[in-house]
Write a protein that binds this ligand. Structure first.
Ligand code: ANZ
Ligand code: ZN
Length: 807
């Protein structure tokens, strides 16, 4: 019985876990713990990144379960989206059939990897029972003023006469993916979730997310992008009369140097100027390019009064003024802003310095005619404000200038959820000529997708029977909204659905959700660090304000896992041919080996290269553990232990203590390392002349339990072989059976000094470092630990070596 037949072992235990419902959790748990991996997009194929992601969460969930918690560890399918539509086109099928096949395949792969999910809670976003609640959420948010219709620019193919998603516009030439016609732009009314209402809330509570990686918290902050500044009105003189236009500025201290004023090309006053002046019209319609390298613009027949100087300054229309930033108008200060400077030079506008460095020598070195000086400093040529520092000047000017006030600006935009695609949640709106857009009443939800048809445009537009309906308000003929929702809506609340997946009168059960939420440990890719997390946070806060949830943040702790690279250290990809298929690894070496290798290779958040060598050594490790388990004398009783036996027993206890700490921190690589060392020690100890079998048995039992979350099948096999009760997956997590505090201290001292010792011994040229001055060690260690200090009290000694154990 010397073989490790991973196929038989893995099949057997997967079946037994399933038969015994090991991973089912009750609705109301006493000790609820929620461990979640970002659910996969249903591409049909798992890659190594998936294996890693799900191995991390599964190991953590299994650890927590053995540790006594009731662990919710569910899985579902992010199954709407354009790739399914494309695949359906290519394969002459429809998106639903294709997606369902993908799900079957992926579920099989998950099962063969032995991930312990509560499959009764499986959630599939393209299922009407699920997307019905997206529609309900849309309606509910709309009733609460969190949904709005706004004009937005979309890609338009003039030949197919259809809107295109960004992914459907190909190449630098921006051609339609279907007919290669150059794509144009169109303004269409689109639906938006008002995420900006929550900008401050979303920003401020990032401070409390101390279970999140710092880089992700920073990315969230940057995305929200709060800027503090002031709004200041300028009076504009146009041929049609005077009008006050407010500008947003972060540098009100520079207002005395504002020598021109600039409007975005689609500002109403710019459009009016275009009607009066062909040059302006030409610029607005033909030239303006907000993505261009150089700031471009034209002068207009409008002037403005600088409220600080009373001076009349020119007004230009310029493409570097963005219409969706601030107010779409700015005061230009060429002496202190680079863009304003570049534009002033090319258009011969005055550059007037009003701030200089505090230090005189530095001030002399500044020449604003050459380049803008953009730092804060001391004001000059600014009337009564000259001599003030920038900060103070900003405060005083905000107070003094009529109509000026402090203002904040966010980079965050409302979340546009309209997609002109088929494979998504239909937006539950009916357009009526008399009543406008009317929400489909809750009792008529879900609005189900019609049958898929192959067409050039959006299949929903072509679905005449589906599209034409009655207005829910007045009963007259009306037309359904044919846009579907961004699939990020699906994933913005799926974690709530897992708490009560079958509920048919609400998206989730409020009590259940309050019990299980927030997710204790959320694991997924860094590519979701911004949008998915932000949208989930937004929806959670909105639900909290609708009294549907007691929690305002969905994810207590977050881990973003690193990449599994190819053997060559670069990203795995088809074109480079350095990809590794999870199926081959599972077939050839077993799921346990695949899991063990991916978890021991690096900390979850670090990248690591694939290594076939590493895979083989992981497999060898499991073989060794299994063969030890088969040889263990499980019934052995303890006698008086000799020092070596006592040492091994203590090492065993200390390994439990250390590994438990590592598991808490999800440092599976260190936990595995600790078990690896323990197993090596047990092998050496077992090969000695005098062995206490109970010490070996306890050691192996501990190793098996500590490894169970990582390599769950083979450890079940070990457990049964050793006569363990039930499943190791349900066994109690081990606790140290000896006081390891002094051992711990001594071990740490040894580890810390191991390097120092070698160093000192080498440098000092000490020939025999042992026995110089024995450090106080617990009595039991004398025999196995040789540790010494030199005359100055520096530790110089050798630590327990393999040989000393074998004495
Ligand atoms: C005057 C000024 C003087 C400015 C100065 C900067 C430096 P940040 O800091 O990037 O958030 N701005 C205002 N509205 C704009 C718009 N619609 N499109 C493009 N730029 C706009 O940007 C704030 C600054 O961006 C504002 O402060 C404004 O220029 C410009 F020495 O006002 B500042
Ligand atoms: Zn109507």
């Amino acid at each position: 019985e010397a073989t490790y037949d991973h196929r038989a072992i893995e099949e057997r235990w997967q079946r037994e876990w399933d038969d015994a419902d090991v991973f089912r959790v009750p609705d109301d748990a006493e000790d609820p713990e929620y461990v979640l991996a970002m659910f996969p997009y249903t591409s049909g194929q798992l890659h190594m990144g998936h294996v890693r992601n799900y191995a991390i969460t599964d190991a953590f969930a299994r650890y927590r379960r053995m540790d006594g918690e009731e662990v919710l560890h569910p899985m579902g399918w992010d199954s709407f989206g354009l790739p399914a539509e494309n695949a359906a086109e290519e394969r002459d099928t429809n998106p639903r059939e294709w997606t369902e096949r993908c799900i079957e395949q992926m579920r099989d792969q998950f099962e063969s990897l032995g991930f312990g999910y509560d499959w009764e809670r499986e959630v599939t976003t393209c299922d009407p029972d699920y997307y019905k609640w997206n529609q309900w959420l849309f309606t509910e948010f709309r009733e609460n003023d969190l949904v709005e219709r706004q004009a937005a620019t979309v890609n338009w193919c003039p030949s197919c006469e259809t809107v295109l998603a960004d992914e459907q516009v190909e190449g630098d030439d921006e051609l339609c993916w279907r007919c290669d016609t150059p794509v144009t732009e169109r303004d269409l009314d689109q639906w938006f979730f008002k995420t900006t209402e929550y900008a401050d809330d979303l920003l401020e509570s990032i401070d409390d997310l101390d279970g999140w990686p710092t880089n992700v918290r920073d990315m969230q902050r940057n995305w929200i992008g709060r800027t503090d500044g002031a709004e200041v009105p300028f009076t504009l003189h146009t041929p049609d009369g005077d009008e006050d236009v407010v500008a947003f500025t972060t540098r009100l201290d520079t207002i005395h140097g504002a020598t021109y004023f600039a409007l975005a090309p689609d500002h109403p006053l710019a459009e009016a100027a275009a009607e009066r002046d062909d040059d302006v019209a030409h610029f607005v319609e033909e030239v303006a390019d907000p993505d261009g390298d150089e700031p471009q613009g034209v002068r207009t027949d409008i002037t403005a009064t600088n409220p600080a100087t009373g001076e009349e300054i020119p007004v230009v229309v310029a493409d570097f003024v963005l219409s969706d930033v601030g107010t779409g108008a700015l005061m230009a200060v060429p002496a202190h802003d680079e863009r304003d400077h570049e534009f002033a030079q090319s258009h011969d506008l005055p550059i007037r310095q009003v701030v200089e460095p505090e230090d005189e020598a530095d001030a002399d070195a500044v020449d604003v005619q050459e380049a803008a000086y953009t730092e804060d400093g001391v004001l000059v040529d600014s009337g009564d404000y000259s001599g003030l520092d920038s900060e103070t000047a900003r405060e005083e000017l905000t107070a003094d200038i009529g109509g000026a006030e402090s203002a904040v600006q966010y980079q965050l935009r409302d979340w546009g959820v309209s997609r002109q695609r088929y494979w998504g949640t239909p937006i539950p709106i009916v357009h009526c000529e008399d009543c406008g857009p009317v929400s489909v009443p809750d009792e008529d939800l879900p609005v189900e997708l019609p049958e898929f048809v192959h067409t050039t445009g959006n299949p929903l537009d072509a679905a005449e029977d589906w599209k034409h309906t009655e207005c829910p308000e007045c009963g007259e003929p009306a037309v359904r909204e044919t846009d579907t929702m961004d699939t990020f809506v699906d994933s913005s609340w799926y974690f709530l659905r897992f708490t009560s997946p079958d509920l048919d009168d609400a998206p989730f059960d409020v009590d259940r959700a309050n019990d299980w939420m927030p997710v204790d440990e959320y694991v997924g890719g860094i590519e979701h660090a911004v949008m998915h997390l932000l949208y989930s946070r937004f929806v959670t806060k909105a639900f909290a304000d609708l009294d549907m949830l007691d929690h305002r943040e969905p994810f207590e702790a977050l881990t973003t896992q690193g990449m599994v690279l190819g053997e060559d250290g670069t990203k795995m990809s088809k074109s480079k041919g350095n990809g590794v298929s999870p199926e081959r690894i599972t077939e050839e070496y077993g799921a346990d080996t695949a899991r063990l290798f991916t978890l021991r290779a690096a900390r979850p958040d670090k990248d690591f290269p694939w290594s076939e060598e590493g895979v083989r050594s992981s497999r060898a490790f499991l073989e060794r553990l299994l063969s030890m388990a088969r040889e263990v004398d499980a019934g052995a009783t303890t006698s008086d232990l000799d020092p070596a036996g006592e040492y091994v027993a203590r090492e065993t206890a200390a390994t439990v203590a250390d590994a438990t700490e590592y598991f808490d921190e999800m440092e599976f690589n260190r936990a595995v390392q600790a078990v690896d060392e323990l197993v090596s020690l047990l092998v050496r100890y077992r090969d000695r002349d005098s062995v206490d079998e109970s010490v070996v048995a306890r050691g192996v039992e501990v190793a098996v339990k500590l490894l169970a979350p990582v390599a769950p099948h083979v450890t079940e096999e070990c457990w049964t072989t050793m006569g363990g009760d039930g499943f190791v997956a349900e066994a109690d997590w081990p606790t140290p059976d000896r006081d390891v505090s002094d051992h711990d201290k001594a071990t740490r001292l040894v580890e810390q000094t191991r390097e120092d010792v070698r160093d000192i011994v080498d440098t000092a040229g000490i020939e025999d470092p042992t026995g110089v001055d024995v450090v106080t060690a617990p009595e039991w260690m004398y025999d196995v630990l040789e540790l010494a200090k030199d005359a100055d009290g520096n530790v110089v000694g050798s630590v327990m070596s393999d040989e000393s154990l074998q004495r």
